[in-house]
Write a protein that binds this ligand. Structure first.
Ligand code: SF4
Ligand code: SF4
Length: 157
């Protein structure tokens, strides 16, 4: 009996390929608790995005599906998942490994990461301007010190 197409596509060596690259070494320690997904800001706004699920897909050997998917480019590399992971999996570092592999193996155009980086840098500039402008506005409206205002903004974000 022929195996389902899905099983034929599995590559059991994928997790080892990821693990041997700098940054991917901790991936096999994941015990699928889902804490990373619970704290991920991208997962909060897009329920298709799930770090725990991506790790499971790596462990199962779903190489083509992972490297050809758009979700490896949705991660903002904010590192939240790495800070809160009880197993020190450092998923954000593994995500960079996946991106490099996707480029190297021809799943995306080599110019794409550069384009993404300039978009991210633009977004960061806008974010900085918004924070500066909010601080300036509050400074004019109250006698709260800039330090106290920044603390307030960080607590609210
Ligand atoms: S928090 Fe860490 S151990 Fe838990 S699912 Fe995420 S990567 Fe795996
Ligand atoms: S680094 Fe990526 S996966 Fe981790 S919390 Fe941030 S957006 Fe989510």
């Amino acid at each position: 009996m022929a195996l389902p197409k899905f099983l034929n596509e599995l590559n059991p060596g994928f997790k080892y390929e990821v693990a041997e690259k700098p940054g991917g070494g901790h991936i096999k320690s994941c015990f699928a608790c889902g804490v990373c997904t619970g704290g991920c800001p991208v997962a909060e706004i897009d329920d298709r995005y799930d770090p725990r699920k991506i790790i499971r897909m790596i462990m199962l050997g779903m190489k083509e599906r992972v490297l050809s998917s758009d979700f490896i480019w949705l991660c903002s590399l904010c590192n939240t998942c790495s800070f809160i992971c009880p197993q020190d999996v450092r998923f954000s570092e593994a995500m960079e490994v996946l991106r490099e592999m996707a480029v190297k193996e021809g799943f995306v155009d080599p110019s794409f990461p550069k384009t993404l980086k300039s978009i991210e840098s633009f977004i960061q500039t806008v974010r900085d301007k918004m924070v500066t402008s909010a601080v300036e506005k509050r400074k004019e409206e109250s006698k709260v010190t800039p330090k106290e205002m920044l603390k307030e903004i960080v607590e609210k974000s």
